[in-house]
Design a binder for this molecule. Sequence first.
Ligand SMILES: [Zn+2]
Ligand SMILES: [Zn+2]
Length: 134
Amino acid sequence: MSNINGSCLCEAVRFEAQDKFQQFHLCHCDQCKKMSGSAHVSNLFISPEFFKWLAGENLVARYDVPKRSITNAFCKQCGSAVPYLSSTKQWVIVPAGGLNNCPSLKPQDHIFTNEKAEWYKDIDEIAQYPHFPD
Ligand SMILES: [Zn+2]
Ligand SMILES: [Zn+2]
């Protein structure tokens, strides 16, 4: 089984995981919108035993959202979302956009859709371009 690698934008933070992700959620909650600056986060969940830091763990900053078991973990140099250990320590939460290769597990669901951004609701109907439009 091949390993899955990932990094932040500046590549100072690097990590590796076995392809044993157990959950994959697209979360539309208000906190995830704030931390991503976008419509939702795309988070994989993996057991800590299958996850390994390769570099830059000391550059990871985390902000634990009060009263909700959500954390914004990011690279201190470039601000990219990076993995973090859940407050229960049961999972390492891995932002899917930080991966360099594709895990076997595909997104399972959209969650907290009652908090979905109004502007994102009919998103599949808009034009798509492989590059910036003219
Ligand atoms: Zn970085
Ligand atoms: Zn969320």
